[in-house]
Design a protein around this ligand. Structure first.
Ligand SMILES: Nc1nc2c(ncn2[C@@H]2O[C@H](COP(=O)(O)OP(=O)(O)OP(=O)(O)O)[C@@H](O)[C@H]2O)c(=O)[nH]1
Ligand SMILES: [Mg+2]
Length: 232
């Protein structure tokens, strides 16, 4: 892990109903592991440093993933949870329609509390669908809902880390990507592209540290762009 301090990392917040698989998705992406059963993150909020790989040329993006334990009462999430969030990854259980309804409310809340933040909708537990479990909501409905908000949409399994290259998964989940780390990479790429656009507009280039990690937070930003003014 690079030595980028927490306050300079891009903030990614996890949202979604209790049991939707938020913590398992983070564990699979960051630690490349899956543990059966609920993953208790402790009361409140847990923070995980994650240098999200972009590509060889660009290196990786220093992020801090915020996860929480009061997901069912998203209205109870404090403003500080949303403050300066660069992106929100909203999870729902593909087998559970109530979980999808909750995700819709979470997307609206993220939009309201962190305007301009990147929103990504993730249907979790794809392995259950691939093994014959019925969907709580059709892929058509959930993907179109994400598209209507301008959000990316993924279906994936933290359990099997289902790969798009897996023929069965590709057939069932196409055209959506299904690798568990894909939502984080998508978010990191979008943050990176936005930073690049700011640079093209005349803002100084973000430096690379010795580990090849982009320290976007060190770049000067235009007035009104709060994405890099971390305040927890
Ligand atoms: N089959 C399957 N089960 C999963 C997957 N991801 C998570 N689960 C299970 O779903 C349950 C909830 O997973 P968590 O990751 O704890 O979900 P969470 O959203 O963090 O839940 P809370 O923090 O308790 O609100 C656990 O029993 C997990 O083992 C998956 O990809 N496939
Ligand atoms: Mg959790």
């Amino acid at each position: 892990m690079s030595g980028v301090p927490a306050h300079k990392r891009e903030k990614i917040i996890m949202m979604g109903r209790t049991g939707s698989g938020r913590t398992s998705l983070v564990a699979r992406a960051v630690h490349r592991r899956y543990t059966e059963g609920p993953l208790v993150t402790g009361l409140g909020t847990s923070l995980t440093e994650y240098d999200v790989p972009l590509d060889e040329e660009a290196g990786s993006l220093a992020c801090l993933v915020w996860d929480n334990t009061c997901a069912d009462r998203f209205e109870a999430l404090p403003q500080s949870y949303f403050r300066n969030a660069s992106a929100a990854i909203v999870c729902f259980d593909l087998t559970d329609s109530a979980s999808f309804d909750h995700a819709k409310s979470s997307l609206a809340r993220a939009n309201e509390c962190a305007p301009g933040c990147i929103l990504v909708l993730v249907g979790t537990k794809l392995d259950l669908i691939l093994s014959g479990h019925s969907r709580g909501v059709s892929a058509f409905v959930s993907e179109n809902y994400a598209r209507s908000l301008g959000s990316a949409y993924y279906e994936c399994s933290a359990r099997t880390d289902t790969l798009a290259s897996d023929a069965a998964a590709a057939a069932a989940a196409a055209p959506v990507a299904s690798h568990a780390t894909a939502p984080f990479r998508d978010v990191a790429r979008t943050i990176f592209q936005r930073a690049a656009a700011r640079q093209r507009a005349g803002v100084q280039a973000a430096p690379l540290d010795e580990d090849g990690v982009i320290d976007v937070g060190a770049a000067p930003v235009a007035d009104g762009d709060s994405a890099h003014a971390r305040c927890f």
